[in-house]
Design a binder for this molecule. Structure first.
Ligand code: WT7
Length: 653
């Protein structure tokens, strides 16, 4: 990556110091960095004592055969006991674990004592179906408390779960069931989404007719919507019937710290998804520690809400494992932000007094598009800390979040991490960091991250390069399920024994890290590397642009040319004089080299389940190719909307 990128993003000069109240009472202070730096392993060993172990670990890290790490390997624990039972034993049984808010407006508060009973019965039910430690269970559910119960029940009996996002198709589901060799699938009749009942069970039925899933013996079906479903004799059983009559207590069995906890599939650059394997003790240690540190969680008084879906890693680490290990009270919401109206999120925050909010830049930009008058109608004064995750947050969105949601008083923590890292890695700390809009800034205590050039040498401050993690960390992936070689090749080949995250990044003159997007998204225009993140950030800094995605397409003259897809605030007709204005705006903001060759107005952008723009598909459209794999899109119909609205896309000038 070239220097001109660097200069551009670093023009962001606004700084926000933590407010006195947060700084004075913060869980973690500046001193912690020094402590952790002095002895990283000792630091993590201390953090492991947040958990309750049946057998305390003596070992910390075993890195004797890199890149295969073992953390706390001689320790034993039960993850579900740590997330549930121990809080009840500590006298907190009446504390609400989950305030569930269904999309149609139904709600349910589940205490830790109730969660303990549900998890116990579910664990017995799985055992009764013949599930043993080590057997895999696929979970395909909407955002309902049973998803957390199912995950914890699997953890309790040592059966690794593989949660598949409820929006995935039968093909995508079958591929994941097949790869993991799951014997049981837990699903629901359906869920609510945008005011409609979305069926899930028929998708499971269809998936189970496909090749490679013959090992599935049982399907448990949660009743959520009450819609009609076909039940196959001998295979399918209602969840509530399977749990009814099971004992309300269950003795947890301790497993080794390296016992597999779950597999979670993430899309690779090629077709076959990667089954990211996470294990128990190290994963839970880092998930719990980071949730405590980065949100400054005070479990007695805070109400936490992560708007992610349990079908992706944010839901695993920051709805289920981290918050519950910490005894937090949280909100879980089933539906979309616009059902039944565009103030739904803010209504929920006011209703439950949410103090810690964790959401994604894509959602924030949607709220910007809808207008600040919507949150202005709600009481958001309970908020204390605001989190962001999933992609670089452009300064415009950061400032909007700060002003219109945080009321100019809540620190924003821009948390960089990945499915593979298992837990947060780079983030401001709310009581410590002077934040910079658009930067994740600082590796968390105990984490080592830096930026290197093509040759693997440390990139000087201010010069872009590749983000690498220098030393192993407790929540790191252990391998790709069934494919150790792919694990080595994907993450550990390029820069020796350092982990390559696949992201471009740079450090500023203070040593703070700015993420630049995936390196496969970098464009090469007339010999200059230009990051998609930067051009997009420039586009959305124009008052009429709500969202933007840019791609590099083959160009005979410049190698690649930049094509921008933009969603206008309030919907302006495509092309016209506005395209010219936006091109000029980018040229002014970033320099003429970054000026898009074409600007196309679209109604939507294709996004993955985790809210990331699938630029690969936009490249297909811009280069007039057949569309590649669309199964990981939240809504495959979006591509038709885009193609149909774009006569110019098929007609390259
Ligand atoms: C990729 C990982 C982390 C859980 C959600 C996504 C991008 C994530 C940030 C951030 C800049 C970010 C990176 C990363 N990303 N958070 N705060 N700033 N980029 O998990 O689907 O595994 O994606 O998301 O490109 O590599 P994932």
């Amino acid at each position: 990556m070239s220097n001109e990128n660097v200069a551009n993003l670093l023009k962001e000069e606004r700084r926000f110091a933590p407010n006195a109240e947060i700084a004075d009472g913060a869980n973690v202070t500046a001193h912690t960095y020094a402590q952790a730096n002095a002895d990283e392993l000792r630091f993590w060993k201390n953090q492991a004592s947040r958990l309750t172990w049946s057998r305390e670990p003596i070992q910390t890290l075993d890195w004797s055969s890199p890149p295969f790490a073992k953390w706390f390997a001689d320790g034993e624990l039960n993850v579900a006991y740590n997330c549930v039972d121990r809080h009840v034993e500590a006298g907190l049984g009446d504390r609400v674990a989950i305030h569930f808010e269904g999309e149609p407006g139904d709600s349910r508060a589940i205490t830790y004592a109730e969660l303990q009973r549900d998890v116990a019965q579910a664990a017995h039910a799985l055992t009764a179906l013949g599930v043993h430690a080590g057997d895999r269970v696929a979970i395909y559910l909407p955002m309902i408390p049973e998803a957390a119960v199912a995950m914890l029940a699997c953890a309790r009996i040592g059966a690794p779960h593989s949660v598949v996002f409820g929006g995935f198709s039968a093909d995508a589901l079958a591929a994941r069931i097949a790869d993991a060799g799951a014997q049981v699938v837990i699903t629901a009749d359906g869920g609510y989404r945008r005011g409609k009942q979305l069926a899930l069970k028929p998708t499971v039925d269809q998936a189970l007719t496909l090749d490679g899933v013959g090992h599935v013996r049982h399907v448990l079906v949660v009743r959520r919507t009450g819609q009609d479903v076909a039940m196959k004799d001998g295979r399918d059983e209602w969840w509530h019937e399977a749990l009814a009559g099971q004992p309300e207590d269950h003795t947890p069995v301790a497993f080794g710290a390296e016992h597999p906890l779950f597999i979670l599939y993430t899309s690779g650059t090629t077709g076959k998804p990667k089954g990211i394997l996470h294990t128990s003790g190290g994963y839970l240690t880092q998930a719990a520690y980071t949730h405590h540190a980065v949100f400054d969680l005070k479990p007695e008084t805070d109400v936490y809400w992560c708007t992610a879906d349990v079908g992706w890693i944010t839901g695993h680490s920051y709805i289920v494992y981290g918050p519950l290990a910490n005894g937090a009270t949280q909100v879980m919401y089933e539906g979309t932000p616009d059902a039944p109206h565009r103030g739904r999120f803010w209504e929920i925050i006011a209703k439950y007094g949410v103090s810690l909010l964790y959401t994604a830049p894509t959602a924030i930009r949607t709220f910007m598009k809808w207008g600040e008058h919507i949150p202005a109608d709600y009481d958001l004064t309970s908020l204390r800390v605001l989190g962001s995750v999933g992609e670089p947050i452009n300064p415009e969105a950061w400032i909007w979040y700060w002003e219109h949601i945080g009321g100019g008083r809540c620190p924003i923590v821009d948390t960089w991490w990945q499915t593979e890292t298992g837990a947060m890695m780079i983030s401001p700390l709310p009581g410590v960091t002077v934040t910079k809009p658009g930067a994740a800034q600082t590796p968390l205590p105990g984490i080592s991250a830096t930026v290197v050039d093509d040759g693997g040498n440390e990139a000087p401050d201010g010069v872009g390069g590749y983000l690498v993690l220098e030393r192993p960390w407790p929540a790191m992936l252990r391998t790709i399920w069934g494919d150790d070689q792919r694990y080595i090749d994907t993450y550990w080949k390029r820069f020796g024994n350092r982990y390559f995250a696949g992201d471009g990044a740079k450090k500023d003159e203070d040593g703070d890290i700015w993420l630049m997007g995936r390196v496969d998204d970098v464009m090469l225009v007339s010999g200059h590397n230009i990051s998609t993140a930067e051009v997009e950030s420039a586009l959305v800094s124009h008052p009429q642009v709500a969202e933007a995605a840019v791609v590099g397409v083959a160009d005979a003259t410049t190698g690649q040319a930049i094509v921008a897809f933009v969603i206008m605030r309030g919907g302006v007709p495509e092309d016209g004089p506005l395209a010219g204005e936006l091109r000029a705006h980018v040229a002014r903001t970033l320099g003429p080299i970054a000026k898009p060759q074409r600007v196309l107005c679209v109604p939507e952008l294709p996004k993955t389940r985790s809210g990331k723009i699938m630029r690969r598909l936009l490249r297909d459209v811009a280069e007039n190719r057949e569309l590649g794999d669309v199964t990981t899109l939240t809504d495959p119909a979006v591509m038709h909307l885009i193609k149909d609205g774009l006569p110019t896309a098929n007609n390259k000038s």
